[in-house]
Design a protein around this ligand. Sequence first.
Ligand SMILES: Cc1cc2nc3c(=O)[nH]c(=O)nc-3n(C[C@H](O)[C@H](O)[C@H](O)COP(=O)(O)OP(=O)(O)OC[C@H]3O[C@@H](n4cnc5c(N)ncnc54)[C@H](O)[C@@H]3O)c2cc1C
Length: 429
Amino acid sequence: MQVPRSAKGLKFVVLGGGMVGVCVALEMQKRGAEVILLDRDDPGGGTSYGNAGVFARSSLFPINNPGLLVDLPGLLTNTRAAFRYDLKYLLSNLAWASRFLLSARKKTFQETTVALDALIRLSIRKHLELIDACNESARLSDAGWMFLYRDIGRYERAGLLRTTLGNFDVDTQELDGTALHDLEPDLAPIFPRALWVRDSYSVNDPAALVKAYAAKFTAQGGKVLRSDVRTVSEDLDGVEIVLADGSLLKADKIAVCLGPWSKDFLAKLKMSVTMGFERGYHMHFEGAQDGANAKILRRPIYDTQGGYVLSPMTKGLRLSTGVELAACDAPGSTAQIDLAEKAAREAFTLGERMDPEPWLGRRPTFPDSRPAIGPAPTYRHISVAFGHQHIGLATGTGTADVLADLIEGKTPAIDALPFRPDRFIRHFG
Ligand SMILES: Cc1cc2nc3c(=O)[nH]c(=O)nc-3n(C[C@H](O)[C@H](O)[C@H](O)COP(=O)(O)OP(=O)(O)OC[C@H]3O[C@@H](n4cnc5c(N)ncnc54)[C@H](O)[C@@H]3O)c2cc1C
């Protein structure tokens, strides 16, 4: 149980400088707390560095939706860019896997769509304000993003996505091959159908956006400290944080925003976390720049059958893969990015690879595909905000708003119950 109190003058430490942690730091600072942001790396160096850069209303539709059960036999072949898995890892995390599948049932799925829609809408509104306040609008595109279908049958089978987005008034447009060509003339004509999600934005460098938010935090008097956090302990008055060099930092309250690494960290505090790691890779490619014949991608595309997202970024075209279920820090493999590259080259002219090796990220996912936002079970001064699966770049701002309200004992702008940490975090001490 946390004791609610105004954030004014509170000594507050945020563990983790990804999109979520930086937004929590900014929000607590806005409410009058003295905030320190702690990360072993520069802000924006973790999962928030390498994602596809999309802020989309359509992300209210989780991967574990009722259609997943139909697709499962194909996915289990372990041969697709959209989904690969390490069987040993899966068997060692059956509690997560079975509950993830069970959450694809209609009732949980529907509850999740309502919860995520509210979080995403709040977050996008706050991102737009913050991006403007940081003078970062040039990074933002409002051209939406595109779901692409290589055959009409597949498009028709995706009816639940369209109906669900319609139920939430997400602004979409169904396109045939000709209408798609008008919007994305440089795509190969292999997609007879597409769904253009107009209610969405993208950024051309997600890490730069996190850094810009962090710069605003420091310009306003916040402190960024670079250190590995070894562990923390709390007593009645507050929290003691042990840094890598053994030095101690004291705080009235802290928030654990360590993304995928939160699970291992909380184990030190005797908390077990039922969470899976949906890992994913990216690789940048040179665009085909041939004078008047240069090939241009105007917005991120999601090739639903190719199993990849291709996003125009400042560095080049960022190809990111679907899901690889494996242990958080197990070695990476090139298999998934190779499959994605092969499929992407069928759709768009890609130049050379630009990175020496694929970047590997970990999407931390709870069984119901909702993040944990709120007090850590049985602790008075420790809150958590992690488990944002595929949407943590988009939902950092809303997460921070909800968490700060809970810490201050206020009623959050959206229903916070679906995000209660004790859904999947247990204290075993
Ligand atoms: C391939 C891919 C594509 C994606 N595409 C999108 C997308 O288009 N849109 C979207 O919204 N989301 C997307 N995501 C998901 C999104 O990137 C994540 O949900 C989000 O980045 C999570 O942010 P975070 O702040 O929780 O975690 P992170 O960004 O991982 O931050 C955690 C921080 O904790 C630090 N840390 C960990 N342990 C310690 C320690 N012991 N001491 C000190 N510091 C520590 C790390 O250094 C890191 O900076 C994608 C993810 C992947 C992998």
